[in-house]
Design a protein around this ligand. Structure first.
Ligand code: KIV
Ligand code: ZN
Length: 538
């Protein structure tokens, strides 16, 4: 896939790298692969798949994404690397299997970073940037260079660094607003200044990267596009460090809905209908849900484009207008982001083949074991609920494929509650050694009682920091999706599960998070199996 085009916008998705850096969003390799496959379906040009040198897990994720998603007609697969030889070597090895691959190397250039973090002079950083871009180039043609904290870097110095990086072989230069400090007009002026003062700038693509600390990331990027930026680095649902990154769905839909406004900046006739990006916008909603489910990072209801209320009209005046003509209060169609493709396709008489076929059409490639388990769950749900929609199917399939290693398994959960009753729960769990343990507890409510009963079996002190239940579809028989986040020592783990019974979903989501926690226990805490054995109360 050709990514160097200058008359359209290149989308680099960094959900799996910068997005995954936010607390609790940690994904395992299989989950990263699922997201990468969906990003390819969404049509992103470049997937920044991770930071290969950071850990063996990161390396494996980048390499497996390069192997499976980096096909000839697939996206470019990119790994981040500090401007350090070992980082660049790891990145080069990890991306090697991809048909189109990129190394993205970076070094800070702002005085504050140079003085306090790098403890290097401007001249030293200039030389490192040049040398390391050339080193990356010795492995691969497609090299991106980022002067970190560019938005707070002295522009004159920034121009010099960029010129030298481009001369050394950078094909994309990326301008990061690392701390989310800039404003749209300042950022636009910075891009304009770069175009005017970096003599070799036309031989590469200008990219932008920005954080949302002041809520300005998307606005900053759109202004940058007007001044010549042609690659946007963004994440699904805007997840990322602190307040997150610029949100892909917002950028893409702004460029789509307002293309007549942006066309002239890309040298096109005002009324050109040619899309400005290669994104298949109908995949946006599905991608958003997948990322939210797997990372446990919920989407706020009023979030632009993908929030639950983004297309809801409450006020009578708005509803009246919409009924008369949609354009009165709607600037885009819910269908354009794939929101209304919610067909009722299966029911309790549907067979395994129909189930498998529909899942395949929805883009799920389940292993035989996953398919068998998902099918049982589907039958169970179809018994309770007459009709199973695509969204229900997605929830069932996501639930199956996203499971953390099944160390503990929920065998039974039973609650007794109601007015005048003390909420009481009994749970039976199968431990990693195959033993079945049962315990019971009283709580302030049924979910609290279930969590306390599970805690009595899985004896790991942790703090529940987030618990949410959302319905997958409308209706009293809807599947309930539970997302939780818990803190163990300094780390955050997420869990997710869907079921028509929200108590069962709550218990499964909790077990899911506990399994991630156990799976992530470092070697320094002793063999995991031993910790598990000690953690389980007898
Ligand atoms: O925010 C930042 O500056 C980054 C760079 C590594 C591009 O993420
Ligand atoms: Zn960043």
């Amino acid at each position: 896939m050709e990514t160097q085009s200058k008359d359209r916008i290149i989308i680099l998705d960094t959900t799996l790298r910068d997005g995954e850096q936010c607390p609790g969003a940690t994904l395992n390799v299989d989950e990263k692969l699922l997201i990468a496959r969906q990003l390819a379906r969404l049509g992103v040009d470049v997937i920044e798949a991770g930071f290969a040198f950071a850990s063996p897990g990161d390396f494996e994720a980048v390499e497996r994404i390069a192997q499976t998603v980096g096909t000839e007609d697939g996206p470019t697969i990119c790994s981040l690397a500090r401007a350090i030889r070992e980082d660049i070597q790891a990145a080069a090895r990890a991306i090697k299997p991809a048909a189109h691959a990129r190394i993205h190397t970076f070094i800070s250039t702002s005085d504050i970073h140079l003085e306090y973090q790098l403890k290097k002079t401007r001249a030293e950083v200039l030389a490192i940037a040049e040398e390391m871009v050339a080193y990356a180039k010795s492995f691969i043609e497609d090299v991106e260079f980022s002067p970190m904290d560019a938005a707070r870097t002295d522009p004159e110095y920034l121009y010099q660094v960029l010129e030298r990086a481009i001369a050394a072989g950078a094909t994309t230069i990326n301008i990061p607003d690392t701390v989310g400090y800039t404003t749209p007009s300042e950022f636009g002026a910075l891009i304009q200044g770069i175009k005017a003062n970096v003599p070799n700038i036309n031989s590469c693509v200008i990219s932008v990267h920005g954080h949302n600390d002041l809520g300005l990331a998307v606005a900053n990027f759109l202004e940058a596009v007007k001044h010549g930026a042609r690659q946007l680095e963004c994440t699904i649902n805007g997840i990322g460090e602190r307040a997150g990154n610029a949100a892909l769905e917002e950028l893409v839909m702004a460029l789509h809905v307002r293309r007549q406004y942006f066309n002239p900046y890309l040298g096109r006739p005002v009324d050109s209908e040619e899309p400005l990006t290669k994104i298949d916008t109908r995949q946006i909603y599905k991608t958003s849900r997948l990322v939210s489910n797997l990372t446990g990072m919920l989407v706020q209801p009023n979030k632009a484009i993908v929030g639950a209320n983004a297309f809801a009209h409450e006020s009578g005046i708005h509803q009246d207008g919409i009924l008369k003509n949609k354009l009165t209060y709607e600037i885009m169609d819910a269908q354009s982001i794939g929101l209304t493709d919610n067909q009722i396709v299966l029911g309790k008489h549907s067979g395994r083949n129909a189930f498998r076929t529909r899942l395949k059409e929805l883009g799920f490639e389940l292993s035989e074991t996953e398919l068998n388990k998902a099918f049982l769950k589907f039958k169970d749900q179809a018994d309770k609920k007459k009709e199973i929609s695509d969204w229900d199917l997605e929830a069932i399939a996501n639930d199956e494929i996203q499971q953390a290693p099944e160390l503990f398994r929920l065998e039974l959960v039973q609650v007794s509650c109601g007015s005048g009753a003390r909420p009481t729960a009994t749970v039976t769990l199968r431990t990693p050694s195959g033993e079945e343990l049962t315990d019971a507890a009283i709580g302030t409510g049924p979910v609290d009682a279930v969590y306390k009963a599970i805690n009595r079996v899985v004896n790991v002190p942790n703090q529940l920091i987030e618990f949410s239940v959302q319905s997958v579809t409308a209706g009293i028989d809807a599947l309930g999706e539970v997302t939780i986040r818990l803190r163990y020592q300094e780390r955050v783990f997420s869990g997710h599960a869907a079921n028509t019974d929200i108590i069962v979903a709550s218990a499964q989501a909790y077990i899911n998070a506990l399994n991630r926690l156990y799976a992530a226990l470092p070697a320094s805490e002793g063999p995991r199996e031993q910790v598990i054995a000690e953690g389980v109360s007898k």
